[in-house]
Design a protein. Structure first.
Length: 128
């Protein structure tokens, strides 16, 4: 992570928090995130860049797509924040996760084939 201000800025927007929640478990590309969030890819890309500059994401480039997942150094802190605020129980969090599961089920038939290195979902010792 870079610094406290960048970290706070990355977390200080509802859309960026939704993105962080989504990439906690699976590596996703911007087009997948845009589908899940119902937003234009350009808007999602701008949010992802703020999160990335804060050092909260790891990435993998595959052909013309880049996949993002929560970085290991940020994982415990982000998960603690989510647990503290019971974030997973919100209707928005549940809806986003359901959309993510549906979108990932269609990955092989979509334009993005998926990551190689970041392909394995992260197992959570504290959350599911």
């Amino acid at each position: 992570m870079t610094d406290a201000v960048s970290f706070a800025r990355a977390l200080g927007d509802p859309t960026r928090w939704r993105i962080l929640r989504l990439v906690r478990e699976d590596a996703l590309c911007v087009c997948e995130l845009a589908d899940i969030l119902g937003m234009p890819q350009s808007s999602v890309s701008s949010h992802v860049q703020i999160i990335r500059k804060a050092g909260l994401l790891e990435s993998e480039r595959c052909e013309k797509w880049t996949y993002f997942r929560l970085s290991a150094p940020a994982r415990e802190l982000v998960e603690t924040i989510a647990l503290t605020f019971d974030d997973a129980s919100t209707s928005e969090a549940r809806a986003d996760r359901a959309k993510a599961v549906q979108r990932l089920a269609r990955r092989e038939q979509s334009c993005c084939a998926g990551p190689k290195v970041l392909a394995n979902p992260v197992s959570h010792s504290r959350t599911s």
